[in-house]
Design a protein around this ligand. Structure first.
Ligand code: ADP
Ligand code: MG
Length: 230
């Protein structure tokens, strides 16, 4: 059986000046991300949730263990192949939206599609459709500085979707938003995951958001455990 993402015996330490072993963050994590489900990772600040998510998406390397994306051991891929796989298969959404300030909302959403080598007219059409889906039809030609936090995050969702990825990795996408904007981003994200039969791996501090996912995992003491949903 292959999973969109599978972690086998993943450990991660960061080097420190005073210890040979370094600072251990993750210890022997085994995890399978189920297809067409949303999975939330919760845990206190500094426990390694972002590190884990970055490892899942091949943006960071584990110290030990194997990451499989669609059954492919990503340590066997060179940088170009890894970037290609990520660009096509995975959409990333970060807490800080990471939009390009000198690009309009439309251009920001188009970037990953242009990188993937799609034709420009098609990129524009798809980006417009996604921004409409995010309720931003009146904002397409605005720059990030002209948008609210919630709007920027909805642009970031559209950008994550432009190459039609199966998997969305979202790191506290509502973490810096007020309640109302957080709720809207939450609704839109869960909606595109459900309606597009996508797979979501979400890091969040918001328990209400986590509870709307199919599974909740707690990162604590360097390891992941499944939380029973009440
Ligand atoms: N590049 C790095 N070098 C050294 N330590 C790091 C690095 N990245 C993260 N850390 C440390 O790893 C721990 C986990 O960080 P992080 O994954 O960001 O946690 P979380 O997302 O759960 O708040 C923190 O103690 C952080 O300081
Ligand atoms: Mg984090």
């Amino acid at each position: 059986m292959t999973y969109p993402i599978e972690l086998k015996n993943i450990s991660k330490s960061f080097p420190t000046a005073d210890s040979k072993l370094g600072l251990q963050i993750l210890n022997n994590i085994n995890f399978c991300l189920n297809s067409n489900e949303s999975t939330a990772i919760i845990g206190k600040s500094g426990t390694g949730k972002s590190t884990l998510l970055q490892i899942c998406g091949g943006l960071d390397k584990p110290t030990e263990g194997t990451v499989l994306i669609d059954g492919i051991d990503i340590s066997k891929l060179n940088d170009a192949k890894m970037s290609e796989l990520r660009n096509k298969r995975i959409g990333f959404i970060f807490q800080a939206n990471m939009l390009l300030e000198d690009f309009t909302a439309l251009e920001n959403v188009m970037v990953p599609a242009m990188i993937a080598g799609k034709n420009k007219a098609e990129c524009i059409k798809n980006a417009e459709d996604l921004l409409k889906q995010m309720g931003l039809e009146d904002r397409m030609n605005h720059y990030p500085a002209q948008l609210s936090g919630g709007e920027k995050q909805r642009v970031a969702i559209a950008r994550a979707l432009i190459n039609n990825p199966d998997v969305i990795l979202a790191d506290e996408p509502t973490g810096s938003l007020d309640e109302e904007n957080a709720k809207e981003v939450e609704d839109r994200l869960l909606d595109v995951v459900k309606s597009g039969s996508r797979t979501l791996l979400l890091v969040t501090h918001n328990m209400d958001f986590a509870k709307r996912c199919n599974r909740i995992l707690l990162l604590k003491n360097h390891t992941l455990t499944e939380e029973k949903k009440k």
